[in-house]
Structures are given as C-alpha cells and as structure tokens.
Design a binder for this molecule. Structure first.
Ligand code: PSU
Ligand code: MN
Length: 332
C-alpha cells in the first residue's frame, strides 16, 4: 500500500482491467471486491445490481474498484460490466477458494472468488485493501469445517474490511484461530466484534481503530516492522438501529442449521445454503442488511485505500493525481 508504481504487466493467466492497471501503475487508491458474495451470497438478479453499486460506492469515495473473478480460465482483476453480468447471472458458477484457482485456470473455467482467493490475487497484483460482507471462519458444531479464508488471511498482508465473520459461524472459535494466525483484528470505532447481521457478536476485539488514516497507518506499520505476512481485519459493524432482531436471528439460524444437517449439506455449499435460508426465512430482512453492510464496507475500504495512497505518497514524497499529499511536493 504505497504510492509508488508497481511492476506491470502480469502473466496471461491474470487479466488486469485497463482502469485498474492504470490505477496500480500510478499508485492510485484501489479496492478489491470479491465475486462469491455476488454469485453465491445474493439472489439473482438483484446480485448484479449490487455488484454494480459496490463499484459505484468505491468510485464515489475516490478509489478504483477491482472486482475479481475467473472467466475462461483467466483471473480477471477489475471485471467490466459484461463480465460482472456473466458471473452474477450464470446459473452454475463454481465457487473458487484459493486452492481451486489453479484448476479453474488449467481447465479454462469460469468461477467466483471467495475472500481467500480474492485476497490472494489482490495481493499478487499489488492491491492492499479489500472489502467483503463477512469473513468465513470456523463452523458451529465441531465439524472440522473451517473456511480457507482464515489460512489465507494468516499469510497474506492485505487489509480486509468486513462486518466481522458471518453470524452462522462459531465466532469465539474463529477469533481464536485468527489470533493463532497472527491476523490483527480491529473494531472500527467499536471495541466489540460485530456479528454480521448483528452489531455485536458477543465477543470483544483487542483493538479499536477510529479513522481510515489509522487503519492505513496500522497496515504501513505492519509492513515497516517486518510483520508483513498476515492480514489486518477491520471489523465494521452495522449501526445498532439497523441490526437484525437478535431473537429472529437465533430462531432462523437454529432451524437452518438443523435443516442443513438433515439435508446433508456439506463443504462449500454450507455457507450459501445458510445465507439463502436467512434471506428466505426473514422475508428479505437479511438480504437488505447484507447489501447495506457490504456497501458500508466498500465505502470504508475506499477511504482506507485513499488514506494509504496519500500516506504512501507522502512517505515517498511523490505527487499522486487527484490526491492532496502532505508534505506537498515543491511547487514548480
Ligand atoms: N460475505 C457475504 N456473503 C458471502 C461471503 C462473504 O456477505 O457470501 C462469501 C465469501 O466469499 C467468503 C465465503 O469467502 O462466503 C465463505 O465461504 P466458506 O465458508 O465456504 O469458506
Ligand atoms: Mn467450509
């Protein structure tokens, strides 16, 4: 996350969109967005609208959106509208975690990227900030089902803005795993760990960060101190007056978990199944909230990317187009 130019181009397996390539080359603020939440977390065709909106939110906050997905075996960074449409509206689009990417490339497949695969690719191309809804984590019930999101965040120096981990998970166990993996977890303007649809998961966070500049400073410090091998998770809660009724949440979750077990839903189908059940059983309350929280995260991520680019440029004392830099470069 610096303001200096990066090495381009990338291998043909990675297709960086024109706008993103320019932003990366110039050190302009860029935000990675994932496509699994679009393809598997939200119903068609609303998901396409949301995908477009997220790009607009990032742009309005002064950064370039880079939605990541896989088309014909090429990892696309900065899906343009036709490509977004293909990923959002296809009936059968594989959910690709990091381990799946080589297969999708080798077999020239399409696919949607999760937090794990999006974070890995974003870092690969030099994007330092990423927004999503809720991270994957340790599932409830002691099933050995732990999202690959955690392992990748443990070895990828990126800043992820999210609304905590999905509330369908075992939150305390997930926080313990994040601690073991040395992933810095900070609440954004809160000392409570958010619970995705809920403002407070019932767990505390070790640190609170209060501004985009502070988040950017934490990421810069991680790198400068040589600790640059794990992610920073910025947990951005939904406001208390917007959260889901906790009693409704618990009722729907208990039923959905029991049905998932009875129907034999396993592996990567578990998370999409539970999210879809929420959307159905809350009559859209969870859907609207999910969309709202992802928008909020995209906006904060863009603010962090702007702060990081400004800070990086100030350190390197180079001008960055469209951003005021302090200390200012000397006038001509
Ligand atoms: N956030 C959302 N909706 C989603 C996801 C995140 O609001 O659908 C996706 C992310 O892509 C995340 C995935 O990586 O859910 C976790 O899936 P699993 O538990 O199978 O690892
Ligand atoms: Mn899983």
């Amino acid at each position: 996350m610096t303001g200096t130019a990066r090495c381009l181009p990338f291998p043909p397996e990675i297709a960086v969109g024109d706008e993103v390539a320019v932003a990366l080359a110039q050190g302009l603020p860029t935000v990675a967005l994932e496509s699994t939440l679009i393809a598997h977390g939200l119903p068609r065709p609303r998901n396409l609208e949301v995908a477009r909106e997220l790009g607009a939110v990032v742009r309005a906050a002064g950064a370039t959106p880079a939605t990541i997905g896989v088309l014909d075996g090429r990892v696309v960074v900065g899906l343009h509208d036709d490509q977004l449409r293909r990923i959002a509206l296809s009936e059968q689009i594989p959910k690709l975690s990091a381990r799946d990417l080589p297969f999708a490339v080798a077999t020239k497949s399409d696919g949607a990227t999760t937090v794990a695969s999006t974070a890995a690719i974003a870092h690969r191309v030099g994007i330092g900030v990423f927004a999503t809804g809720g991270l994957g984590g340790v599932h409830r019930g002691g099933t050995y089902d732990e999202s690959a999101d955690l392992g990748v965040l443990g070895r990828t120096p990126i800043t992820v803005v999210c609304a905590g981990v999905k509330s369908i998970l075992d939150v305390p166990a997930t926080l313990e795993r994040l601690e073991t993996l040395s992933v810095l977890v900070a609440g954004y303007r809160t000392d409570r760990f958010p619970g995705f649809y809920l403002t407070d998961s019932g767990c505390a966070v070790p640190w609170t960060l209060d501004s985009p500049a502070q988040v950017a400073a934490a990421a810069a410090a991680r790198d400068l101190l040589g600790l640059g091998s794990a992610a920073i998770v910025v947990a951005n809660p939904v406001p208390a007056d917007r959260q889901m009724d906790p009693a409704l949440h618990d009722r729907v979750l208990t039923r959905a978990l029991a049905d998932a077990a009875a129907e034999g839903v396993t592996g990567k189908d578990v998370t999409p199944y539970l999210l879809a059940r929420f959307h159905q059983d809350t009559e859209g309350v969870s859907l609207e909230l999910n969309i709202e929280l992802v928008r909020r995260n995209a906006e904060l991520a863009a603010q962090v990317a702007v702060a990081a680019a400004t800070d990086g440029a100030a350190r390197a004392n180079v001008p960055v187009a469209g951003i005021s830099v302090w200390p200012r470069p000397p006038a001509e």
